[in-house]
Design a protein around this ligand. Structure first.
Ligand SMILES: Cc1cc2nc3c(=O)[nH]c(=O)nc-3n(C[C@H](O)[C@H](O)[C@H](O)COP(=O)(O)OP(=O)(O)OC[C@H]3O[C@@H](n4cnc5c(N)ncnc54)[C@H](O)[C@@H]3O)c2cc1C
Length: 448
């Protein structure tokens, strides 16, 4: 028997606002015994949940078990900004569309397949319009450089025959109530999710047929005569097939070591304010969602429910070799959020942040996933390159197809990528990656 210990377990900084305002639709159940299944999925984020749904479609009679170290909705899948983006969105470059026309078309087709899969699940599991809203998104520009980036992105969308439209400063003001923006580029295909609701309701839908155990970290994975055993704190799962949907934690399982960047993203959500008075006067319409024209800028969303509005802002990234960051770092990031918000909405200066949090993304240097068969019966659907609402959904779908031997053109195209390339050794990676991030953030200026 070969046993590999899991080096580190997930932990989170702060409670995300999305989780705080979301209701859990089903009780938490932990693994308390030894269980045997046909399939084990480790990780219940976008990747793991999507793998489970696709497996259920392909093997409806098989027994599927899912384990997560934390509770669904508390991890990164429940603490993001909720943009499911169909058009290209390359976080490693300030320009979203950096590939050729064929690559752009393929990426959009893949993103749209993932979004269609998510929307089908949302329909089947009865998710509300607050959880899944196909409203499209706007790349908002606050600088001349941002405007140029939007124009060049618009040109590449035009080249690909993609619908889009430009908004001028007064249209942006009407929408958001803010004078901050010079213009925007609207694309209709993005879907906005309330991320904590989405993963919780997705899991609730799946839990009718599969066993989901939360607060059940996998601390070691062993293999003996064709059977994998996942060892957790109070129980074990034996299965011939395992899909890992653990994102950057795949390197804690001993795979892709020295190849994945663990990037922290930071966000804050305001306290609720009246949608009628303050809401409309100071922050425009009830719901809107802005991505920055420069990928290193700020993502800002307004949500309204039951006559109460909130603004959610995400700015700043850091690369870390640790699982969490210090309270000092968290306080500094909340200050950054405050000044970005105040600059856009001076009329909301007296509305405090109710929640500030961080979450971990996984990027590879050459922008490819950590995907595929790792061993007999062991598959990875990891490293989403920062856009996991869509990319991890797709990786989960594709891992289920690969693991069941379901051939498709989509799987063939998805598998046609290099392995994640090697990073420089530490501390050079830390210094180099943080310097690049900082330079890109400085260049983004008022977009952040
Ligand atoms: C602030 C912020 C804003 C973001 N905004 C967006 C956005 O607007 N759009 C977008 O597409 N993406 C966004 N992202 C990124 C997105 O959230 C991630 O790409 C996505 O969550 C990745 O999903 P995943 O399922 O691959 O991994 P995760 O969500 O990280 O899920 C992995 C799961 O594995 C579990 N796990 C790990 N190790 C173990 C173990 N040993 N045993 C058991 N379970 C384990 C974890 O508990 C976790 O639940 C954002 C992220 C952050 C932090």
């Amino acid at each position: 028997m070969i046993t590999k210990s899991v080096r580190r377990l997930p932990a989170e900084n702060g409670i995300s606002g999305w989780e705080a305002i979301s209701q859990r639709p089903f009780p938490v159940r932990s693994l308390e015994s030894n269980v045997t299944a046909d399939w084990l999925i480790i990780g219940a984020g976008f990747a793991g949940l999507s793998a489970a749904r696709r497996l259920q479609q392909l093997r409806p009679d098989d027994k599927i078990v899912m384990l997560d170290a934390s509770e669904i909705g508390k991890g990164t899948s429940g603490r993001n900004s909720g943009f499911m983006i169909d058009v290209p969105h390359n976080l490693s470059s300030s320009e979203y569309s950096s590939g050729g026309l064929d690559a752009t078309r393929l990426e959009m087709a893949q993103n749209r397949a993932a979004i269609a899969f998510a929307r089908e699940a949302a329909d089947e599991y009865g998710m509300s319009a607050e959880t899944v809203d196909p409203a499209g998104k706007i790349n908002a520009a606050a600088t001349a450089r941002g405007m140029k980036l939007n124009i060049s992105f618009g040109q590449s969308l035009k080249g690909a025959g993609e619908k889009h439209s430009f908004l001028d400063a007064s249209e942006m003001r009407k929408l958001t109530g803010s004078d901050y923006y010079l213009g925007g580029l609207y694309t209709p295909g993005a879907v906005l999710i309330q991320p904590a609701n989405y993963v919780r309701e997705f899991a609730a839908g799946l839990s009718r047929k599969i066993d989901i155990f939360e607060r059940s970290p996998v601390t070691a994975l062993a293999r003996d005569k064709g059977t994998w055993t996942a060892i957790s704190t109070r129980g074990k799962v034996n299965a011939p097939n395992v899909i890992l949907g653990v994102n950057g934690h795949i390197d804690d399982f001993g795979h892709f070591r020295g190849r994945l960047m663990h990037i922290f993203a930071y966000a804050s959500m305001t306290a609720a304010f009246s949608a009628e008075d303050l809401g409309r006067k100071v922050s425009g319409r009830d719901r809107w969602a802005l991505l920055p024209a420069d990928a290193m800028g700020a993502t800002v969303r307004k949500i309204t429910s039951g006559g109460r509005s909130r603004i959610v802002i995400r700015t700043k990234y850091t690369y870390e070799t640790t699982i969490t960051v210090s309270n000092r770092r968290m306080a500094k990031m909340a200050e950054e959020h405050r000044s970005s918000l105040d600059a856009r909405f001076p009329g909301l200066k007296h509305i405090p942040f109710e929640h500030s949090w961080a979450g971990r993304l996984c990027l590879s240097r050459n922008h490819v996933p950590a995907f595929g068969a790792l061993d007999e019966g062991l598959y990875s659907a990891c490293c989403e390159n920062g856009l996991g609402t869509v990319k991890s959904t797709l990786a989960g779908m594709m891992a289920a197809e690969l693991a069941t031997g379901t051939a498709s053109e989509q799987l063939e195209q998805y598998m046609d990528h290099a392995a994640p390339s090697r990073l420089p050794p530490e501390p050079f990676a830390w210094l180099g990656i943080n310097s690049v991030i900082r330079l890109q953030e400085l260049r983004a200026g008022r977009e952040g």
